[in-house]
Design a protein. Structure first.
Length: 462
């Protein structure tokens, strides 16, 4: 497909500018203050699909944020690819750590992106990666090379748990019928070494509240005589890991799928440099569960992490106070076979059981989802690998990721089809962090690689 290279060369400035316009829209799903921006972004995505050549596009209302659905059906007898992506983004906070404003995209060169990268919230996760699919469709329509049917489903609640999408999928199984689901919302090893994500972790996200006295107290008058919720919460959280960094919740590991030594040896073949890893994060050493290496710790093993903790006085100067309440947000990353609802229950039961007399504890479940693994011998995987091999000059390596896209397991359950995770981001792209960016190289390479997936998927399906 030499033609696509020429097409990209000719239109790349426009491709970049269109993405920049989309990135200017602050579609933060976590904060209701941005609900109008969510609506506007959905409308912009709809317009882009119409322009690219879908012959039917609609905004589907849900109990939450709208879902953009589009399709181009050329022949019902041909295979159908369902493209999923999300137009919502994470909050930009802490804003003061951005070197340029999060919703005013700029192109800057970085060490890993000598050709430049677009800096903006959502550039890599997921607007940039989602928009590659829109531009790949544009190319296939313009060049008359679309080899099959395509459906697009772009949602606006991925970063807050995809509740409305579950609702939508359960009600629209016929409409969403497909032969394979294609998602670009993950990463790859490097710009020289593509990889295909074959696993995602599940998630259970909870918030805990520890209450002591009925009001904040003078820490001199009452200190030592009543339970301090912050002290207690810290102790309770500390007890959730043992000295080997194993999670101390009864039953937590019961269903964990253990990998064989062969599988672990296979995993270890993926290029990884521990020194570079430490250097990239300014770490003097790594840390984690005994008996597993870094790549295993962040992909095939479950975790428990405090994401935020607060209570008492955190303003300027000192205030002597014993807080009435202390809080924490806790995420547990899960591996295949662990059931997120069961883990949420186990956590809740355990956390309440370890509360000492003198405090009361509440656990509020937020959201969650199951993990996912997919085989490397499916037609979809093979097609993806052939596409990467052609555009990067080397085959892709299968990699299990530590991140979560909970809806993927639901797709398999409800729609009975496999998902192929063709990601083009890099770990250094700072998704969810200040200064998120997406390489121009990656964006254009994605647009080049996607039509090849279509081509090979159709060929292999015959
Ligand atoms: N795109 C990410 C997930 C991801 C990133 C997976 C990189 C693999 C590699 C997605 O937008 C995300 O952030 N998911 C959330 C889960 C959600 C329920 C909030 C996550 O993993 O924290
Ligand atoms: Mn994402
Ligand atoms: Mn995300």
């Amino acid at each position: 497909m030499e033609n696509i290279k020429a097409y990209i060369q000719e239109h790349k400035d426009r491709f970049i500018n269109e993405l920049i316009e989309l990135l200017k829209m602050p579609s933060v799903s976590a904060n209701p203050a941005f609900s109008l921006d969510i609506i506007n972004t959905a409308a912009a995505v709809k317009a882009s699909l119409e322009k690219a050549g879908c012959d039917f596009v609609e905004i589907c209302d849900t109990p939450g944020n709208p879902i953009v659905y589009g399709e181009k059906i050329i022949d019902p007898n041909l295979p159908t690819i369902l493209v999923y992506g999300h137009y919502d983004v994470q909050p930009a906070d802490p804003i003061e750590l951005w070197t340029s404003p999060p919703f005013e995209p700029v192109i800057k060169k970085t060490e890993t992106h000598p050709d430049g990268a677009i800096f903006a919230r959502g550039s890599c996760d997921d607007k940039g990666q989602m928009y590659m699919h829109v531009k790949a469709l544009e190319y296939m329509i313009q060049s008359n090379t679309l080899p099959c049917n395509v459906k697009f489903m772009i949602e606006g609640e991925e970063e807050i748990g995809s509740k409305s999408l579950s609702w939508f999928v359960e009600r629209n199984q016929e409409k969403l019928k497909n032969d394979v689901i294609l998602i670009s919302d993950t990463g790859m090893i490097s710009n020289q070494q593509p990889s295909i994500t074959t696993g995602l972790r599940g998630l259970s996200y909870v918030e805990v509240e520890v209450t002591g006295p009925n009001r904040d107290l003078h820490s001199g008058l009452y200190g030592g005589a009543v339970a301090n919720p912050i002290n207690i919460l810290a102790k309770m959280i500390a007890s959730l890991h043992d000295e080997n960094n194993h999670i101390n919740i009864p039953g937590f590991y019961d269903n964990v799928a253990e990998l064989s030594l062969e599988e672990r040896a296979e995993m270890a073949k993926a290029p990884f440099n521990l020194d570079n890893y430490k250097k990239a994060l300014d770490l003097n050493d790594i840390y984690g569960e005994k008996g597993y290496n870094t790549n295993e710790r962040n992909s095939i093993r479950p975790t428990l992490d405090v994401n935020g903790i607060w209570g008492g006085y955190t303003g300027e100067g000192a205030k002597t106070v014993i807080a009435s309440k202390a809080f924490a947000k806790i995420s547990m990353r899960l591996v295949p076979n662990q059931d997120w609802e069961q883990i949420t229950e186990l956590f809740t039961k355990h956390f309440i059981s370890i509360a000492p007399a003198g405090v009361t504890v509440k656990v509020k479940p937020h959201h969650g989802g199951q993990g996912y693994v997919t085989p490397t011998d499916s037609i979809g995987y093979k097609a993806a690998n052939m596409a990467y091999t052609e555009t990067f000059g080397v085959p892709a390596i299968p990699v299990r990721s530590g991140g979560s896209i909970p809806i993927v397991a639901l797709f398999e359950k409800e729609l009975k089809s496999k998902t192929i995770l063709m990601g083009f981001g890099l770990d250094s792209d700072a998704i969810h962090s200040p200064n998120e960016h997406f390489g121009i190289f990656n964006y254009l390479k994605g647009i080049e690689t996607i039509p090849l997936f279509y081509k090979y998927f159709v060929e292999l399906s015959k």
